[in-house]
Design a protein around this ligand. Sequence first.
Ligand code: FAD
Length: 378
Amino acid sequence: MDFTFSEEQQHIRETIRRFCEAEIRPLVFESEETETFPKEMFKKWGDLGILGTRYPVESGGTGMDKISDCIIREELSYVSQAFASSMSAHSHLGIWPIWKAGTADQKERFFKPAVSGDKIAAFGLSEPDVGSNVRGLKTRAEKVDGGWRINGAKMYITNAPIADFILLAARTSPEPTADAISLFIVEMPNEGFEISKLKKEGIRSSETGLIYISDAFVPDDCLLGGETGTYPIILESLMENRVGVAANSLGIARSALNASIDYARDRKVGSKKVGEFQAIAHKLADMSAEIESAKWIVYYAAWCVDQDTLTHAIASKAKLISSEVALRATENAIRIHGGAGIMREYPVGRYHRDALVYVIGEGTSEIQRNLIARSLDL
Ligand SMILES: Cc1cc2nc3c(=O)[nH]c(=O)nc-3n(C[C@H](O)[C@H](O)[C@H](O)COP(=O)(O)OP(=O)(O)OC[C@H]3O[C@@H](n4cnc5c(N)ncnc54)[C@H](O)[C@@H]3O)c2cc1C
């Protein structure tokens, strides 16, 4: 394959890079320290057109290909994985199913204002007892007059503390089948929702919530895509987002490498620069080689999305490889920095804490391996 980015894709990268340096980098340190997300960023992203990259222009999106979407994610994560994660939960997980299966009214009320950045979305799938085993989810929606009564709990939900609406997965019948899993668009605040903000090691400025749901009422017009049959849409949405998350991991791996190269050039131990020690140079060489390989699988997977040939196995391979590469690269970055790597004034500690998130979130590495193994017809 003769692989190059098109001129337009390179232009997108340059534009996003400038935006991230001017608008995001100055906010990162304080947002991390205070563990708060600057909500006004969503409007800026909306104005820039990067919340609707994956949706056609006629639906209100900016109609870009997946390769461009991955370029944007990579550049965002290069500056802040936390900001990129908040965007990913909003612009993909929180609204992709609405675009795919929503009514005209739901698109008008939720999808369009999310794409413009006027409303913030979250996606509530994971529960205190249900993370990897999605099919086992317990949150229950029971039919009542004019709508649904929901009871249950949701765990680790990105953007929940700041969301205007949560796309919530719940079981519409007590049957333990995937068929009975549906999605509800729940406007916030809702009397039955109690949301508390979790304190995290990684992506600290991305706000993450624990939600208790007690007799929450949602009207009929908030059910998305019918009482049954929504589960495949959730799986399809997760599959494509794994490619996006792989691009996020690539961004953070690159920032770890570049920070380490700068440090290895500047820092002297005795008469030698740190980069002159072969042991350190080899670490940098490994990081560089692994990042190159992650780049190939990320953009190959993105290309598959654009060709409509993405499979769960390819998406999982991209996510597995790229997130694990990012984890190793960020750990090496700390080692190369010595004691400075542990200090908060240097960014590499944050890179490592942030890289950990994507070997877990969106399906752990073990779950990705399960999905890949399934494709091997063992
Ligand atoms: C920062 C952050 C943000 C998140 N944001 C969201 C969000 O916005 N929305 C949302 O719905 N969820 C979100 N999540 C939840 C995330 O998707 C889950 O944490 C993840 O799927 C793992 O589930 P768990 O934490 O319950 O781990 P568990 O499922 O309890 O897994 C524990 C361990 O067992 C292993 N394991 C489990 N099952 C298997 C198996 N079958 N084979 C081999 N090993 C297995 C896992 O790999 C892991 O090592 C977020 C998580 C984090 C950390």
